[in-house]
Ligand binder design. Sequence first.
Ligand code: ZN
Ligand code: ZN
Length: 275
Amino acid sequence: MKYAAIASGSNGNCYYVAKGNDVILVDVGINTKHVELRMANLGLSPAAVKAIFITHEHTDHIKGLSVFCKRYQIGVYLTEGTYKGSKLQLPEHLVHIIKPDAEVRIGDILVRGIPKYHDAKEPCSFVVTDGQVNIGILTDLGRGCDHVKQVIRDSDVLLLESNYDEDLLRNGRYSYYLKNRISSGWGHISNKVALELFLENRTTRLKHLILGHLSGENNSLTLVQDTFCSHCADIKLSIATRYEETELFDVTHILTGRPLDIESRPLAYQQNALF
Ligand SMILES: [Zn+2]
Ligand SMILES: [Zn+2]
């Protein structure tokens, strides 16, 4: 299986997973032009995407969806709540309503919905598997519920939200309402909580941890790196950012790869821009 974060952050998310010709995207939260450009950077064609799975209706997960799915005539799998909440009117033949715990087969890959706590109508995360390798994609987590813990235990590759630094959020310029929304148990998890979840639930299965959905205002690459680096000596560690796509990872290389291979973007890409 191959996978990449096309974009990851509180301003836009799009994740790519493929097994041979079976290609899916999870979320299209950046505009179509940027998805096309970033896929082209990886040598990937949007026309090869067979299905799009949407986690929930927040703009950073659906911004490019309408144009992208129509342009390439790709079926969209989403819960009824997510579809209603999105207020999108997609062509009927492209809409597939699923339960938040649905299992959908796309050729050789199976996509499993994982219900989650988040301030959206009917949100879920997704695990993508070919029956051997499990890739968990966990963002927009209100809390580390039992579902989240189980996905971490079962993952060979895990993309995990590490949204904010608790001190930066507490002391930052966000309103009381917004601070509360983020940390209420229905918003996002902090670097500290992400680390705890990872340490308490990781198994020897886990070979690649990718941290993502970083806040632009209340987090930085350095903080995430400092939080996780010393705990990831025996696995590959990457940080997905809003600024560019990650490389296209190949799980067969990861499973046989060298440990201590820390991948992250240069610090010049630090997230001090306010968007
Ligand atoms: Zn959200
Ligand atoms: Zn989000």
